[in-house]
Structures are given as structure tokens and as C-alpha cells.
Design a protein around this ligand. Structure first.
Ligand SMILES: *Cc1c(COP(=O)(O)O)cnc(C)c1O
Length: 220
């Protein structure tokens, strides 16, 4: 099936209220534009270097989300390029971002990334620290917390369910606190092989690459 057919099929099958984010890392401008023509409204990019070559060339109005590793020396570019950053994994990172956003007169919408598998080598906030980290970040003037994102550990999709459940429970808990400057409306969980499980566990944003574009060619 073509990129366009894949996007249309996924969009037609998503339950109401669940949004598709096209995970576009390593894909060409043409491939990304085909997904947009087919109805994609949110595009996720992992690399600033790739994004800055592509985003200015896309004429259609879409939302650009950053889903890669935040590097402090790239924050200025990220602020100019992206509408949302889904991978805020610490108070310090949010502070650096808010400070730069202040200079640009912008408020960046962010998701706090949860390290739901508590993997030491991975980024993201450990589940037991999520409330405290969100309370701190909510005090920053130029970032706005919109929800949570998680990847989960590299296990078979079926085994991701407990990590998604845990992240949804955290999402509901923080939402119930009704914190000022915290919206808790977006829960980003699930990729090509796991998005149906993500949706079953409460995701309303799913990040899909391979199922739309086919396997990635890392040599590009
Ligand atoms: C690549 C990527 C995805 C999509 O993965 P696929 O398996 O290709 O669907 C989702 N989220 C993040 C953060 C990614 O880097």
C-alpha cells in the first residue's frame, strides 16, 4: 500500500478523540508531504538537523512536534521550528527551555516524558517523581504542560501494556490535582506495533512511522 493509503486507513480506524502523529524521522520531504495530503495533521521529528531542512519547505499548515532527545545547544532552533516538545524529561530541561522561550516571547507547549520502565540509560521522569517534577515545571512562565508521553521499554508490544497503564494512572492522578498552568489533555503512547494497545490503555495521541512509510533506511 502507498503512504497515502496507509495514512487514510489508520485515520479511518482511529477511535474518535485519538489523533495520529506521523513519526517522520529519516523520511524525505516528498514522503512527508504525501502523508499530509492524505490527512495527517501532526508530524513528529526526532532530529533538529533533519527538521530544519524539511519544516520550512512544507506549505501545508500542520503541527510539528519534537519527539527526540532535547539538546540544550539546539533549543533556539527548536523554539523556532516546533509547536510542541513531547520529550521534556527533567525540571532543568524545562527551565532552560522556558528561559529561552522568554527571549522569543513564546510559550512552548510540552509533554513530560515518563520513563515508565524506570530504565537508567533512558531519558524521562521516573514514575514516582512525575507529580513533583510537574509541580516544579508548572511554575515556569514560558512553558505549558499539556500532558504526558511515554515510550516504554524495548519489549514485545503485548508486554508494554503495564507501562501504558501506569502512565495513564499518572496522567489521571495529575489531572485530578487541577494544577495551575497544567492542562493534562494529551496522552502520547504507542507506535506502529503498539498503538492499538496504547489506545486501549487511554492514549489520545499515537506516533506512527513504519506502518505508514515502511521500514526505515538508516543509511540515508
Ligand atoms: C520513531 C519513533 C516512533 C515511531 O516508531 P515506528 O515504530 O516507526 O512507528 C514513535 N515515537 C518516537 C519517539 C520515535 O522516535
Amino acid at each position: 500500500m502507498s503512504i497515502s493509503e496507509n495514512v487514510k486507513k489508520i485515520l479511518s480506524e482511529l477511535p474518535p478523540g485519538v489523533e495520529l502523529e506521523v513519526a517522520a524521522k529519516s523520511r524525505t520531504l516528498n514522503e512527508i508531504e504525501e502523508s499530509i495530503s492524505a490527512g495527517a495533521k501532526i508530524i513528529g521529528e526526532n532530529y533538529v538537523q533533519e527538521a530544519e531542512k524539511i519544516i520550512p519547505l512544507v506549505k501545508e499548515k500542520v503541527e510539528w512536534h519534537f519527539i527526540g532527545t532535547v539538546q540544550e545547544n539546539k533549543i533556539n532552533k527548536m523554539i523556532r521550528l516546533f509547536d510542541m516538545i513531547e520529550t521534556i524529561g527533567s525540571v532543568e530541561m524545562a527551565q532552560a527551555l522556558s528561559k529561552r522561550c522568554q527571549l522569543f516571547g513564546k510559550v512552548m507547549r510540552i509533554l513530560v516524558e515518563v520513563n515508565s520502565g524506570r530504565e537508567p540509560q533512558k531519558s524521562g521522569v521516573f514514575p514516582e517523581n512525575v507529580e513533583e517534577v510537574i509541580r516544579e515545571i508548572s511554575k515556569l512562565p514560558n512553558v505549558k504542560i499539556m500532558g504526558l508521553m511515554t515510550m516504554g521499554p524495548a519489549v514485545d508490544a503485548q508486554n508494554l501494556r503495564p507501562y501504558f497503564k501506569l502512565t495513564k494512572a499518572l496522567f489521571d492522578h495529575v489531572k485530578s490535582l487541577n494544577l495551575e498552568n497544567v492542562e493534562m489533555s494529551i496522552l502520547s503512547m504507542g507506535m506502529s506495533d503498539s498503538y492499538l494497545i496504547g489506545i486501549e490503555e487511554g492514549a489520545n495521541l499515537v506516533r506512527i512511522g513504519t506502518k505508514i512509510f515502511g521500514p526505515r533506511n538508516y543509511s540515508r
